[in-house]
Design a protein around this ligand. Structure first.
Ligand code: FAD
Length: 607
């Protein structure tokens, strides 16, 4: 078999914010590091991030600090977050933003010349460091520049299809099983490549492409979640998928594309077809004390946050997405099945164009709508997965020695619902920690394990199998059927019979995936690439559906029509997914880690 081989201390899979931050830290810690990414460097999901990076820098509100950010994050996640991750995240995010600035990132400024911070749902104070509505671009540009300056090897347009494990050896650990490397292929040539490395950091992002309507791009097929399961690691919180309340609904070709929460943070309001500002009808008791009661109070809040409460449009995303869903279902939706998001009647055209330049162009070019003059039509779109690889909060180590995960592919940090802005800060905080721990793990190993020939041959055989079958299933048809299934049966509002039906369909789709066939050759063949992504999408979909069926309560991103209330027993329980011998998903209930008393006090202080 023709195979290109490389050897490193640390291989990072993914070149978004988490992957690049991990690679920088690993390389700076003395580990020989490589980054592998499916698309071009700089083209990860992170680059699409619009609103900003959440960090309690207190530039606008001196009252803000990590304790308030910690509290907001835990409450936004309905207290299911791993407390230690939420604590580290809140404590370290400001330093990570300052460090980005030291590395050359240019943030928008306050009149005093400090980094400006904007309002987002669920954050008590204006807290998001931003660059207009193109924050992700600046973050990636800065990290990318540093990656290149440090001489880190980058393998672009290269997909990892398998993690390699074996006796990891070295460092006195004897015959301990662990990561030995990774296997993949160049997308352009279809040729195989293997990396021998004692540490692999997964930073592969999300799973949105399992759903029909999503803000995610073609890359987000849950590869890292699936690779981790396959290697013997576990996933946590998979039932929690975030539907962002505001995606474009029209025209059909752009359905799902994100409309940033900054539109609401900067004054935009939601209205139904009767012109009513309906969010006041959907304020849950949990957030009533901190939410404005009248339109007047809500409007005053933009100018005077100390003496007024937040508008209900800025409730956490799960609440707003459910409210929009209810309005549309009740027949009060827009002509294209969404609701109206209006900033035109609330801010001047100059303000809108300055604060939201990307949104202005997005609507102008894609929908022929001028958002400075008319309302946008918006509706929920699958946006983010809270669930991911179960990791140690301090080191991001998964259950398999040598495997680490950071960013959207990791679980625990956001509990049942992520607050906007908390992902970009998560990437920086935990990307850095994962890179550090991965380097330490690798540098502790004194012996290296050769990659086993039979494992490499097996990985190559599996990758080529779709070429060997004739007249089998078409990958695009199977993908469409999976996306429709998840959209119809495991979406925003869930019931047991529907999810049971979804699991039956997923079982049938697995049989079809085992019979996929592709035509042509290995040189840039998108049908073949999709055939290799589909098993990942299926296992992730199964994990979501199984966990969602098991959790008989509603919490955060998981709403059960048949169990509409939160449940005190489930408030103490995580669902952990592992892989069964026959390639399915098994669930285990695990008690939530206990929060220490000094952190629990933060919630009493503000009760
Ligand atoms: P990504 O940036 O998604 O990168 C994943 C990387 O993994 C890519 O390089 C990809 O090529 C690679 N990869 C995947 N599979 C493989 C494989 N098998 N082999 C090799 N490489 C692979 N969050 C915020 O906090 N603030 C915001 O303002 C914000 N706005 C957003 C706007 C949009 C439109 C979207 C879609 C998301 C937004 N988010 C925001 C969420 C946030 O951007 C993402 O959660 C975050 O960028 C994920 O970063 P990551 O590093 O984990 O992965």
């Amino acid at each position: 078999m023709e195979l290109e081989r490389h050897e490193y201390d640390v291989v990072v899979v993914g070149a978004g914010g988490a992957g690049l931050r991990a690679a920088i830290e690993a390389q700076e810690s003395g580990a020989r590091t490589a980054v592998v990414c499916k698309s071009l460097l700089g083209k990860a999901h992170t680059v699409m991030a619009e609103g900003g990076i959440a960090a309690s820098m207190a530039n606008l509100y001196p009252e803000d600090n990590w304790r308030v950010h910690f509290r907001d994050t835990m409450r936004g996640g309905k207290m299911l977050n791993h407390w230690r991750m939420a604590q580290l995240h809140a404590q370290e995010a400001p330093d990570r933003v300052r460090e980005l600035e030291d590395w050359g990132a240019l943030f928008d400024r306050t009149p005093d010349g400090l980094i400006s911070q904007r309002d987002f749902g669920g954050h008590r104070f204006a807290r998001l460091a931003h660059v207009g509505d193109r924050t992700g671009l600046e973050l990636i540009r800065t990290l990318q520049q540093r990656t290149v300056a440090l001489g880190i090897d980058v393998y672009m347009e290269c997909t990892v299809t398998r993690l390699l494990t074996g006796p990891a050896g070295g460092g006195g650990a004897g015959g301990e099983q662990g990561i030995t490397g990774a296997f993949g292929y160049w997308r352009e040539s279809g040729r195989f490549v293997a990396w021998q490395a004692p540490s692999v950091v997964l930073a592969t992002g999300g799973i949105g492409k399992s759903y029909k309507v999503t803000s995610n791009s073609w890359e987000y097929t849950g590869d890292g979640h699936s690779l981790a399961l396959q290697a013997g690691a576990t996933l946590v919180n998979m039932e929690f998928v975030q539907f962002h309340p505001t995606g474009m609904v029209w025209p059909p070709s752009v359905r799902g594309i994100l409309v940033t929460e900054s539109v609401r943070g900067d004054g935009g309001i939601l209205k139904n077809s009767a012109g009513n500002r309906f969010m006041f009808d959907y304020i849950p008791d949990f957030f009533r004390k901190e939410t404005a009661e009248t339109e007047d109070e809500a409007d005053r809040w933009y100018e005077d946050k100390k003496n007024n409460r937040r508008p209900p449009e800025l409730l956490p995303r799960d609440e707003v997405a459910r409210a929009i869903n209810s309005e549309v279902k009740a027949g009060r939706g827009t002509p294209h099945g969404g609701v109206f998001l209006d900033i035109a009647s609330r801010r001047t055209p100059e303000y809108i164009r300055k604060r939201l330049p990307s949104m202005y162009h997005q609507f102008k070019e894609l929908a022929e709508v001028d958002i400075t003059a008319e309302a946008m039509e918006v509706g929920p779109t699958c946006h983010y997965v809270m669930g991911g690889v179960e990791v140690d909060p301090d080191t991001e180590a998964a259950r398999v020695p040598g495997l680490f995960a950071a960013g959207e592919v990791a679980g625990g940090m956001h509990g049942s619902n992520r607050l906007g802005g908390n992902s970009l800060s998560d990437l920086l905080v935990f990307g850095r920690r994962a890179g550090l721990a991965a380097a330490e793990h690798a540098l502790r190993r004194i012996g290296r394990t050769e990659l086993a020939d039979d494992a490499l041959a097996d990985a190559a055989r599996a990758a080529l199998a779709p070429f060997e079958r004739e007249g089998g299933e078409n990958p695009y048809t199977v993908q469409q059927d999976l996306q429709q299934t998840m959209h119809d049966l495991v979406g925003i509002i869930r019931t047991a019979p529907e999810m049971e039906q979804a699991l039956e369909r997923i079982a049938a789709l697995k049989v079809r995936v085992a019979n996929l066939s592709v035509e042509g050759h290995r040189q840039y063949n998108p049908g073949w690439h999709l055939a290799l992504d589909l098993p990942h999408m299926l296992i992730v979909s199964e994990a979501i559906a199984r966990a969602a069926l098991e959790r008989q309560e509603s919490r955060g991103g998981h709403t059960r029509d048949d169990f509409p209330a939160t449940d005190s027993e489930w408030a103490r329980t995580n669902l952990v997914c592992s892989r069964t011998a026959d390639g399915g998903v098994a669930l285990t209930r695990q008690p939530l880690p206990q929060m220490p008393a000094e952190l629990a006090e933060i919630f009493e202080e503000s009760a």
